[in-house]
Design a protein around this ligand. Structure first.
Ligand code: MG
Length: 164
């Protein structure tokens, strides 16, 4: 069996001002929060880290190379669309997702109630079974930028398997 590993990491910063109507987009799910994330796209760090892991597994560069934030076509775009395009590249190169494992690092908002919806959302975008998508969330016990609620980070690891 031929396999390839990929890892991805992404960070987005919270806006300085709070906003009563704010939410953060994570794994394609809008989670209510006191601050929104600043980004050219929808700021979905979970999807961005996963895209980078998938591209990294095939040594195809990173999300910024394929979807430059200087390109107005990607302003405010749903990151799930970018993920679908990345998955198309993976399939076109002759590979399929074995599994993906992600860790979101956020002091707030609380993500546990949303994890299963995020897994379903990513599984659908990647056209894979939800059992192949793992998402965990952790705080940093108040330490560092995530602990100070200045932003959210995400790590992603993927395994690709050669298609028949
Ligand atoms: Mg990003």
């Amino acid at each position: 069996m031929q396999i390839r590993l990929g890892q991805g990491y992404d960070v987005h910063r919270f806006a300085a001002e709070s906003d009563a109507a704010a939410s953060v987009m994570l794994g394609g799910i809008a989670v209510a929060h006191t601050h929104r994330l600043l980004a050219h796209s929808d700021g979905d760090v979970l999807v961005h880290a996963l895209c980078d892991a998938l591209l990294g597994a095939l040594a195809l560069g990173d999300i910024g190379k394929h979807f430059p934030d200087t390109d107005p076509r990607y302003r405010g775009i749903s990151s799930l669309l970018l993920l679908q395009e990345v998955c198309s590249k993976v399939a076109a190169a002759g590979w399929q997702l074995g599994n993906a494992d992600m860790t979101v690092v956020a002091q707030a908002p609380r993500l546990a109630p949303h994890i299963d919806a995020m897994r379903q959302s990513l599984a659908q975008a990647c056209a894979t079974h939800v059992d192949n998508i793992s998402i965990k969330a952790t705080t940093t016990e108040g330490l560092g930028f995530a602990g100070r609620k200045e932003g959210i980070a995400c790590y992603a690891t993927v395994l690709l398997i050669r298609s028949a």
